[in-house]
Design a protein around this ligand. Structure first.
Ligand code: PGA
Length: 254
């Protein structure tokens, strides 16, 4: 995986069964991406191994959408870090707002999962974000500071740069979301960088990749990536089609 690259990735969320995922992965394996971009895709669990197999040796990194923090045990319906690494994934998404809102993910379980991922050599992609209410009461910075500090609690300075952070305002995600304006994203990412430096020191804190997500499109992606402390974008709907994904990735540095 490219460390200095701009990260452009998509979670397919609950879309693409095994056949559609394999078809998409085969197309992605044939595509070229600019050297400055680190592309990644996050398929559903039912396709994780197939997509990893198809994309192994390609430029595209693969991740899982969630995981449990234990290696094994009586946790019906859950997937362990060992299972995810055995599939060949390099990344694991943790704490997406849909998991926090609908499936009981908390800051504490995010922290347990971050430690589990690092123990297993998986790079955690931790999603943090303010709700519409938090935004309207102007407590975005406080909310994000809490989420980030708890997510990284107990993580060593050496390990902190392994963690990717995606700032995704809950009010910006999905069909009823509205994309955040650039000036707001700039202020917020600046705030996040300061917290990271505070937690992990200047060198490790500055090395963490900070992605923006929430209604990112081919039209607005380059504008976000041009901002200081925005090291990539995490995209949903606008990147589920693989040609659109490639075009968005190319457009980011055009
Ligand atoms: P969206 O989703 O781009 O469809 O708004 C973003 C996300 O949930 O990461």
């Amino acid at each position: 995986m490219e460390r200095d690259a701009i990260w452009v990735g998509t979670s397919w969320k609950m879309n693409k069964g095994p056949a559609a995922s394999v078809a998409a992965a085969n197309e992605l394996a044939r595509m070229s991406f600019p050297a400055a971009i680190q592309p990644f895709v996050i398929p559903p669990f039912t396709s994780l191994k197939d997509v990893c197999d198809r994309l192994s040796g390609s430029r595209v990194a693969v991740g899982a959408q969630n995981m449990h923090w234990q290696d094994e045990g009586a946790w019906t319906g859950e997937i362990s870090p060992t299972m995810i690494s055995e599939c060949g994934a390099e990344l694991v998404e943790i704490g997406h707002s849909e998991r926090r809102t609908y499936f009981g993910e908390t800051d504490q379980t995010v922290n347990l999962k971050v430690h589990a991922a690092l123990r297993h050599g998986l790079r955690p992609l931790v999603c943090i974000g303010d709700t519409a209410d938090e935004y309207s009461y102007s407590v975005t910075n406080e909310t994000l500071a809490r989420q980030l500090k708890i997510a990284l609690h107990g993580v060593s300075e050496d390990d902190v740069p392994q963690v990717l952070i995606a700032y995704e305002p809950v009010w910006a995600i999905g069909a009823s979301g509205r994309p955040a304006d650039a000036a707001f994203v700039e202020r917020t990412h600046n705030h996040l960088r300061k917290i990271l430096i505070n937690i992990a020191g200047s060198s490790a804190g500055s090395a963490v990749k900070l992605l923006y997500g929430g209604s990112v499109t081919q039209d607005n992606a380059a504008g976000y990536v041009a901002l200081p402390h925005v090291n990539g974008v995490f995209v949903g709907r606008a990147a589920w089609n693989v040609e659109h994904f490639q075009a968005l990735a190319e457009g980011v540095i055009a």
